[in-house]
Design a protein around this ligand. Structure first.
Ligand code: P70
Length: 461
């Protein structure tokens, strides 16, 4: 067979347990989305056919991970599984100290409370909802220092997760290093569409921060996916392993917050990892207040074992190539139908550009929210709004932030769906695209004070 006719990837696993999913009628979906206040977070998962709400905690664990669960040491203190987790983090990421937490935002909470003083500023390569909220709750304010291209869904820049060093320098000049407890660097930047940063850029950030004695903290939630893009796109990295690239990324940083529910292929878990002993000490004092003893955080022994094994699986080349490959497959399919999406196609999902999809809708009638509801109505596929609702209100003005990116995220769980599922999703999006001029906006009728996207309710206009 000629190379041209060969597929670029196939899943490096076979399926040995299946979970039936329910198909619904249009009438059932109409009732379900109305009851959910047109918010896909409020749907019952039983009413969902293909669930692309998130890649968080939704992956299929391997037989090895399940076997590891049976070896859970559920002792209150000193569980053997904690030491396995600590060893995996040290070996793969290279950070010295590990504080287990129940998931990523708990690590963000602890880090924010031990490092941020009121009035501090936190530069970062685009906000993430929970990260920014914990910074704000500790009295800090987030400043976006990502390159402009990241805010443009049509820019083909290969490393849209990169930091704009001039923006970072300007924040340092304006506030002074004393007001910057750390710079927060995410890999495979979620809100930009799963976009990677380059190692060259990260090294330049490190150098700049070294000059001012500022820490660099890494949101490592999707670091292996970022490493895959570096191997694929960054000069000089084609021959390095995913493990080597992941390690090189972590080596530029002073610690990380981690939601193990993504890269690490578990249903629950996370940690804070640090190199500084004094900071670790503060974090360890804090974890016992909010999470649990410092050798389990918020996790059972079996959960820590599954994370330890999942971390090793996450850096397997065949795994990560198939994972990112499946996202690429869906993205290209959607593009073939002419649907506007964020380019380059990201690592964990396909992001529909709702502004270009629904140009007749103003951002304050929530086009991405309306589009996610419409896709659910068409096929039972569940997506997530990542636009004006997610961005929330500016604490100063109280007005909607109206972010540049108004997106619907079709997020792919790892090792869960097949290529046929991806075809169904792409065809449904194309069908909705054909009907787009008939789609109307939404009015928010219930708005929670924090992280409003989770529980807000809407009515059709
Ligand atoms: C998602 C999930 C979680 C996440 C993340 C990055 C880059 C930290 C976290 C927090 C779940 C989610 C969270 C908030 C709003 C919508 C969805 N992202 N950093 O679906 O980790 O969830 O374990 O507390 O992506 O993108 P955790």
């Amino acid at each position: 067979m000629s190379e041209k006719r060969r597929r670029s990837w196939a899943e490096p696993f076979k399926i040995k347990m299946v979970e039936p999913i329910k198909m619904t009628t249009r009438a059932e979906r109409e009732a379900a989305i109305r009851e959910a206040g047109y918010n896909t977070f409020l749907l019952k998962s039983e009413d969902v056919y293909i669930d692309l709400l998130t890649d968080s905690g939704t992956s299929a664990m391997s037989d090895r991970q399940w076997a590891g669960m049976m070896l859970g040491d559920e002792s209150y203190a000193g569980s053997r599984n904690f030491y396995h987790l600590e060893a995996a983090v040290r070996e793969i990421y290279g950070y010295k100290y590990v504080v287990p937490t129940h998931q990523g935002r708990a690590a963000e909470h602890i880090l924010s409370q031990i490092t941020i003083k009121p009035g501090d500023v936190l530069p970062g390569n685009m906000y993430f909802t929970t990260t920014r909220l914990h910074q704000e709750l500790a009295g800090g304010s987030f400043v976006d220092v990502i390159i402009d291209e990241a805010h443009d869904p049509a820019s083909e820049h290969p490393f849209k997760g990169n930091v704009d060093l001039r923006k970072l320098q300007a924040v340092i000049d304006e506030h002074g290093a004393g007001k910057i407890p750390y710079v927060c660097i995410a890999t495979a930047v979620n809100m930009a569409g799963g976009q990677p940063l380059s190692l060259a850029n990260l090294k330049a950030v490190r150098e700049l921060c070294n000059r001012y004695g500022i820490r660099v903290i890494h949101d490592a939630t999707r670091v292996a996916e970022n490493a895959y893009f570096i191997k694929d796109r960054e000069p000089g990295y084609a021959r390095k392993t995913i493990a080597e690239i992941v390690r090189e990324i972590c080596d530029q940083t002073d610690g990380c917050t981690m939601s193990a529910k993504k890269d690490a292929l578990v249903n629950i878990g996370g940690f804070l990892a640090l190199n500084d002993e004094a900071l670790f000490d503060a974090a360890r004092n804090m974890v016992v207040v909010y999470e649990g003893l410092h050798t389990y955080g918020g996790m059972a022994g079996r959960d820590m074992e599954a994370v330890a094994i999942g971390l090793h699986e996450s850096i397997d080349y065949e795994h990560i190539k198939a994972r990112v490959g499946q996202v690429l497959y869906l993205g290209r399919k959607v593009q073939e139908f002419g649907v506007p999406i964020v380019v380059p196609i990201g690592s964990h999902g396909v992001f529909l550009d709702a502004k270009a999809f629904l140009p007749h809708l103003d951002q304050d009638v929530y086009p991405a929210q309306a589009l996610a509801a419409e896709i659910y109505l068409d096929s039972g596929v569940r997506a997530m709004e990542r636009g004006n609702v997610s961005a929330g209100r500016d604490p100063q003005t109280g007005r909607n932030r109206r972010p540049n990116l108004e997106l619907v995220r079709l997020t792919i769980p790892r090792r869960v769906y097949t290529q046929a599922h991806m075809d169904v999703v792409a065809e449904s999006v194309a069908e909705v695209y054909d009907q787009r001029t008939a789609i109307k906006g939404l009015k928010m009728v219930y708005e929670p004070a924090q992280l409003r996207f989770f529980q807000a309710r809407f009515e059709p206009l």
